[in-house]
Design a protein around this ligand. Structure first.
Ligand SMILES: [Zn+2]
Length: 243
């Protein structure tokens, strides 16, 4: 008699565990969505940073080119004036200035060359980062839709199971049902558990030997003295399994 009551409760627990499983699956999806969106945002930040470096590079090159232009004009002007100079001292002074200006030009030319090389690298980096961002955006697009589809699928399954649950719950003894609900909430979902040998599979602790004997005769509705879950002998489950 008590075995039948317990069996109805076990049925209910099966449905409840399925519902819980679906809810847990559903919970994972928003996290995944957030993850792929974060990856997309990171790709965007990396691309923006690289574009900033490219703009810096272009600015530095323009500045060096302007500097070079000015210095070249100066050199040309000074060189044309060299022949007009009257004293060796004036000549030597201007020649020294020219030397310095030419070195400045050389440095600017080297810097422009270096910046051009860097520019090519940065351009290539931008192309790679644009591609990476495109891929991440595609993932958000396609997977985001898939996630929505999966979620609505899960919702549909939960609705079906909840109807089933109502039907099963109707066949469960009222006072047992409220005890079941209470234990289920306190014990993370499992309220009906088998006892294997003398071990309660809910809490993994042994029940007293006398209780184990009573359990096997199957006339009493028993709960584990430690975790207070409803218990039944594992052999009963094994016997009922083929049906
Ligand atoms: Zn227990």
């Amino acid at each position: 008699m008590s075995r039948d009551k317990l069996r109805a409760l076990e049925e209910l627990q099966k449905v409840d565990l399925q519902i819980r499983d679906l809810a847990q699956q559903a919970e994972k999806h928003p996290a995944r969505l957030k993850q792929i969106e974060t990856e997309r945002n990171q790709a965007r930040v990396a691309l923006d940073a690289q574009r900033g470096r490219l703009a810096d590079n272009e600015r530095a090159r323009r500045q060096n080119e302007q500097l070079l232009q000015l210095e070249k004009d100066k050199v040309r002007k000074w060189e044309s004036r060299l022949s007009e100079l009257k004293t060796p001292r004036e000549y030597a002074a201007l020649a020294r200035e020219l030397d310095i200006a030419k070195k400045t030009n050389q440095t600017a030319e080297e810097e422009i060359r270096r910046l051009s090389g860097e520019y090519e690298e940065l351009k290539k980096g931008i192309a790679d980062l644009e591609q990476a961002l495109g891929e991440k955006e595609a993932v958000v697009q396609s997977e985001g839709k898939q996630i929505q589809d999966v979620l609505s699928g899960l919702q549909g399954q939960v609705q079906v199971l909840e109807k089933e649950r109502d039907a099963v719950a109707a066949s469960v003894d009222r006072s047992m049902l409220s005890r079941y609900e209470r234990i289920r909430k306190q014990r993370g979902g499992l309220a009906v558990v088998p006892v294997v040998g003398m071990t309660c599979k809910g809490c993994q602790r042994n029940i007293p030997p006398q209780m184990a004997n009573n359990l096997r005769t199957g006339n009493e509705l028993l709960t584990c003295p430690n975790c207070h879950r409803f218990i039944y002998p594992a052999e009963a489950e094994a016997a009922a399994a083929p049906a």
